[in-house]
Ligand binder design. Structure first.
Ligand SMILES: [Fe+2]
Ligand SMILES: [Fe+2]
Length: 268
């Protein structure tokens, strides 16, 4: 895997160009109800990034100038992923209705989680290692999810939009992964990070969207042979991080989920 150059990333960072997309052509091509439902989930998660950022800013995340600069561009790009998906769904004739819980408000579980994360960050100086690892897992899962969506649909406007989005997600992943790799070199840091991931990790969007929606999306994107292979790729990549050689992530979650097991929680 190539090195990540933060200066190049910052120089090239940019939002999806909403003006360049041919919205009028969206309805000229068919889209399955499954794809629409999956995009609604993805749109919600993307637009939730700003809420997630609020809890991140209460941690040590911004103490490192590279991480701070990255996060500023990252939230900008993620916000535009949400806007692009929202615009696409409206153009497809499936506008997003106002959600019952406005994004500015956390539910009690999210509130507690944000406070616990901030407290952990205060007492553990290497908190950023687990944050970067978490980010790498979730960005790679998101990237694979969008790639699966592109493969399962045959829609030229969507394909073009997803090309930009997946390029962003792939750069997000590289940043987090490289940071995690550096920070997990110290064995004690890797051990604590691994414990936290083992205990608390769950797929992107758990706890933000209803469990049924997560289940539906996972089934649509990751249940068939190609989906399984994509999930395996996420796990295998993360297992190359120091201390994460045997970690059980997406595939194990899919197995539990297929057997009707419990879901966890977490956002991108
Ligand atoms: Fe995104
Ligand atoms: Fe991302």
């Amino acid at each position: 895997m190539a090195a990540f150059d933060i200066d190049t990333y910052l120089a090239r960072s940019g939002a999806v160009d909403l003006w360049a997309i041919d919205w009028a052509a969206v309805q000229k091509h068919p889209l399955s109800p499954e794809a629409i439902r999956t995009m609604r989930y993805m749109q919600d998660i993307e637009s939730h990034t700003i809420v997630y950022l609020r809890s991140l800013l209460a941690t040590r995340a911004i103490d490192d100038p590279d991480v701070a600069a990255f996060l500023a561009c990252w939230v900008h790009e993620e916000t535009f992923h949400g806007l692009a998906l929202e615009r696409f769904l409206a153009a497809a004739g499936h506008p997003i209705e106002p959600r019952p819980t406005p994004h500015g408000h956390e539910n009690p579980a999210q509130w507690l989680e944000a406070r616990a994360t901030a407290a952990l960050s205060q007492i553990w100086p290497d908190f950023c290692a687990v944050h970067m690892t978490w980010g790498a897992i979730n960005e790679l899962t998101t990237l694979m999810g969008y790639r699966r969506l592109a493969a399962l649909t045959d829609h030229p406007v969507l394909a073009e939009m997803l090309e930009h989005i997946t390029r962003d997600e792939s750069r997000h992943f590289f940043f987090y992964y490289r940071q995690a790799e550096m920070r997990l070199q110290r064995r004690a840091v890797a051990r604590v990070s691994r414990l936290l991931v083992n205990r608390f990790w769950a797929p992107v969007g758990s706890g933000v969207q209803p469990r049924n929606e997560l289940r539906f999306m996972a089934g649509y994107l990751f249940a068939d042979a190609e989906g399984r292979a994509a999930a395996r790729k996420v796990d295998e990549t993360i297992r190359r991080l120091p201390g994460f050689e045997t970690v059980q992530l997406l595939e194990a979650w899919l197995d539990r989920f297929a057997k009707g097991g419990r879901n966890g929680h977490r956002s991108e």
